[in-house]
Ligand binder design. Structure first.
Ligand code: ATP
Ligand code: ATP
Ligand code: MG
Ligand code: MG
Ligand code: MG
Ligand code: MG
Length: 257
């Protein structure tokens, strides 16, 4: 007991490694579901895109944007979400371990809390968990390239998965379907989908574009009087927009500032 009293707090703290993310850069926190291939199987997610699961991810992202002021934009697809912090954020002194852990754990707990709202009949059978990482992008241009990269990935994966599951649902084994699609180009995949009566461009926009979450203005409908404009209120919204196209960013300059 006498020995324990000799432990100096300052000495113990001196071992903490305090790294900080580069100042004045765009911090992106990307989280990704762990083993969601299995998680989605166990909960009978519809393939290739389960709408309830995507809506749940979007609700969690909206909760993150509402909870953490410094998160100004979020983009999600499949079991992943990227959260963009404003350039001069001082959240947790820009220490990555705290920022990543707090966003990841908040997201995960909301996922569990809101499960029932999105999956009325399917019980939650496994504990979902997510990994998280922090990345710094030094300029707005490179940040937009990052987001464009995620959206291109969404498109490529969605096109592949739509073909893959069409083949599997029509009786092909998963191995055969994978073999069949190896090396096919976009045009061939579109032709394949046409043979199944699917026009890729008519698939739900959430599947094709992924989901973006940000603070938007919404006209409140409380004012019923004719000709009197409603009051605009700030509100976290989810939208399925093309973020590769710069026009969205020109039209919404307040998001990244
Ligand atoms: P890891 O732990 O390495 O991330 P993972 O199994 O989560 O492994 P990912 O590459 O992250 O693999 O892919 C997520 C998988 O989760 C997809 O391949 C898909 O099978 C499934 N999945 C996630 N969201 C949905 C959804 N909305 N609808 C259908 N399936 C989904
Ligand atoms: P921060 O976000 O900075 O960690 P905090 O409010 O969580 O702020 P802590 O220093 O972590 O502050 O202290 C945790 C607080 O939570 C305690 O001061 C106490 O009020 C409360 N608390 C935690 N666990 C218990 C418990 N088992 N019984 C009663 N109170 C608890
Ligand atoms: Mg992963
Ligand atoms: Mg995953
Ligand atoms: Mg993933
Ligand atoms: Mg605490």
């Amino acid at each position: 007991e006498g020995d324990i009293c000799k432990i100096k707090p300052e000495f113990m703290k001196s071992f903490q490694f305090e790294n900080k993310l580069l100042p004045s850069t765009w911090i992106v926190i990307r989280i990704d579901g762990c083993h969601f291939h299995k998680f989605s199987d166990i909960h009978d997610f519809e393939k290739p895109n389960d709408t309830n699961a995507l809506n749940l991810m979007n609700s969690c992202a909206m909760a993150v944007v509402e909870e953490f002021n410094d998160v100004v934009f979020a983009y999600g697809v499949s079991d992943e979400y990227s959260f963009v912090l404003k350039k001069d954020s001082q959240f947790y002194g820009r220490r990555p371990s705290e920022i990543v852990s707090v966003i990841t754990s908040f997201f995960t707990s909301v996922y569990v809390m809101k499960w029932k709202e999105c999956f009325l009949l399917t019980k939650l059978k496994l504990s979902p968990y997510f990994d998280g990482r922090a990345i710094c992008y030094p300029s707005k241009e490179i940040l937009l390239d990052y987001l464009a990269w995620r959206q291109v990935d969404c498109h490529i994966n969605n096109q592949y998965n739509t073909c893959f599951w069409m083949l599997v649902k029509s009786g092909m084994t998963k191995n055969k379907a994978q073999e069949y699609l190896k090396g096919t180009q976009t045009q061939e995949k579109n032709k394949l989908l046409n043979r199944f009566g699917i026009d890729y461009n008519t698939l739900p926009i959430m599947f094709r574009q992924g989901s973006s979450v940000f603070w938007g203005m919404e006209e409140s409908t409380t004012n019923e009087m004719e000709g009197v404009p409603g009051i605009s209120v700030k509100k976290v919204v989810v939208d399925y927009i093309n973020i590769i196209d710069k026009s969205f960013w020109y039209d919404h300059p307040h998001i990244l500032g």
